[in-house]
Design a protein around this ligand. Structure first.
Ligand SMILES: [Fe+2]
Length: 403
C-alpha cells in the first residue's frame, strides 16, 4: 500500500528560554542590516511595558522600528489595512508581532499582503498566496495559543460578518520567540486559561485522525509538561522553572496540532467563545474532560497514555478505567487552577441546539476520532453543565476556595 507523504511545517528559527528577546537583532541582521521593522501589538501590552522590553533591545542594537499598537481581539479587515498602511508608509521590510493570538494574526496578514498585494479577503481559505510573505518575528506573550508556530490566522470581515480562516505556509514565522520573562506578569486566571488551551491542543492532537509519530511525541511531552508545571505557574507567576516548562509545553503542543489537527473540544469551545465571550482556553477546559470521555471508545489506549503523561498511575487498570482516569486527571487540574464552570460564564441550556449546530460546522471537527451527531454534542454540553453545578455545590459545601 502506498504511504501518504507528510509535509512537516515549523517556523524557520525558534528561540525558547529566558532572555530570548535579546537575540532578535542578531536574527534581523541576518535578513538585512538596515531594514526597518513594524512592531505589531495591542495597547494593553504597551501599557504594561511588555513591548518596551522588546523595543529596548531594538534600540540598543540600532534597529529602526515603527509601532502599530491598534490590534484588538478578533482583529478585523480594517485593522489589517491600518497596519498595512503603516508598514508601507514607513518603508518596513519585516514585522515583529508581540502578543497572543491577535497581534500575530495581524502580522501574518500584513506579511502576506506585503509580498502578494491585493486585499486580505483574497487569501481566505487554504494556500491562497503565491509568494512567501515578509519575514515575521513572532514574540509570544501567553503560553497557550501556539500562534507563533502555526501557518493559520483568523481575520474578521466586519462588513460581511464572516470570520475568515486562512491556512498558508507562506506566513510561517521567520523567528518564533517564547521568552518566559515576558510571561511572569500574566495573572493566574490568564495563566490557567492559556495553559489549558495548550493542554487541549496536545490532547486533541494526540487522538486526532491525522496524528503521526512526529506529532505523537510532541503532544505527549506537552501533556506531561502541563501536568507538572501548570499548577505551579498559576500558584506562583514568578516561578521561572514552571514558566519555562509552560513555554515548552505551549510550543510543542502548537507544533503538534499545526502538523496534525484538533477535534471536537475546539469545535465546541469556538462556539462558547462566540456566544458568551468565554476566554478560549477556559472554554476548552470546560468541555475537554467530557469530550475525552465521548471519544474514549475510539482511542482507549491513547487515553491511557494521556493519563500516564498527566502523572496518573494506571497500573492494573483496564483500558476503560485508564481512559476514565485521563478525563478525571484533567478535571482535577481544572479544579486546582480555578477554571470556572460553564454556568458561571453565561451558558444557558436554551442555547444547546444553536451551539451544537454551529459546532457541527466548525473546521476542527473533521479531525475528531469520532464523527459526532448534533444530539451527541448537545448531550456533551448538558453533562458538562450539570457537572459544573455539582462541583460548585460541593465546593460551597466544603468551603474549598478558588485559587
Ligand atoms: Fe486552542
Amino acid at each position: 500500500m502506498m504511504r501518504q507523504v507528510i509535509e512537516l511545517m515549523q517556523p524557520r528559527h525558534t528561540l525558547i528560554g529566558e532572555g530570548s528577546i535579546r537575540e532578535i537583532p542578531r536574527y534581523l541582521r541576518r535578513l538585512n542590516e538596515n531594514m526597518k521593522v513594524l512592531v505589531v501589538t495591542d495597547m494593553g501590552l504597551v501599557k504594561i511595558g511588555t513591548v518596551k522590553k522588546v523595543t529596548d533591545e531594538l534600540d540598543r542594537a540600532g534597529v529602526r522600528w515603527s509601532l502599530y499598537d491598534g490590534v484588538e481581539p478578533n482583529p478585523t479587515v480594517a485593522i489589517v489595512n491600518e497596519a498595512m498602511d503603516r508598514y508601507r508608509r514607513e518603508g518596513c521590510g519585516c514585522i515583529i508581532a508581540i502578543g497572543g493570538g491577535s497581534p500575530i494574526d495581524v502580522a501574518k496578514a500584513v506579511s502576506i499582503l506585503a509580498e502578494n498585494g491585493g486585499k486580505i479577503q483574497d487569501y481566505h481559505g487554504v494556500n491562497k498566496s503565491r509568494r512567501p510573505g515578509a519575514p515575521i518575528v513572532a514574540v509570544n506573550t501567553t503560553a497557550g495559543t501556539g500562534s507563533e508556530v502555526t501557518c493559520a490566522y483568523v481575520i474578521t470581515d466586519e462588513k460581511e460578518n464572516v470570520k475568515m480562516v486562512m491556512m498558508d505556509p507562506n506566513c510561517l514565522a521567520y523567528l518564533a520567540i517564547d521568552d518566559p520573562t515576558l510571561m511572569v506578569g500574566m495573572p493566574p486566571a490568564l495563566t490557567a486559561a492559556t495553559g489549558m488551551d495548550a493542554l487541549t491542543h496536545a490532547v486533541e492532537c494526540y487522538v486526532c485522525r491525522e496524528a503521526t509519530p512526529y506529532t505523537d511525541g510532541l503532544a505527549l511531552e506537552a501533556i506531561r509538561l502541563v501536568g507538572t508545571a501548570l499548577r505551579r505557574a498559576v500558584k506562583d507567576g514568578g516561578d521561572m522553572g514552571a514558566r519555562t516548562d509552560m513555554c515548552w509545553a505551549e510550543y510543542l503542543a502548537g507544533l503538534a496540532f499545526s502538523n496534525a489537527g484538533l477535534g471536537l473540544g475546539h469545535s465546541i469551545a469556538h462556539q462558547l467563545g462566540a456566544q458568551y465571550h468565554t476566554p478560549h482556553g477556559e472554554a476548552c477546559a470546560q468541555i475537554l474532560p467530557r469530550v475525552m470521555e465521548y471519544n474514549a471508545p475510539a482511542c482507549l489506549q491513547r487515553m491511557g497514555d494521556i493519563a500516564r503523561a498527566l502523572g496518573a498511575d494506571i497500573q492494573g487498570l483496564t483500558e476503560e478505567e485508564a481512559a476514565r482516569l485521563a478525563a478525571d486527571s484533567v478535571r482535577d487540574l481544572c479544579d486546582d487552577i480555578g477554571i470556572r464552570p460553564l454556568h458561571a460564564c453565561g451558558f444557558s441550556m436554551d442555547d444547546i441546539g444553536l451551539l451544537a449546530r454551529h459546532a457541527m460546522e466548525d473546521t476542527c471537527i473533521s479531525s475528531n476520532p469520532v464523527v459526532p451527531t448534533e444530539e451527541e454534542i448537545g448531550r456533551i454540553l448538558a453533562k458538562a453543565y450539570c457537572e459544573g453545578l455539582v462541583v460548585e455545590a460541593i465546593r460551597q459545601h466544603t468551603g474549598k476556595e478558588t485559587p
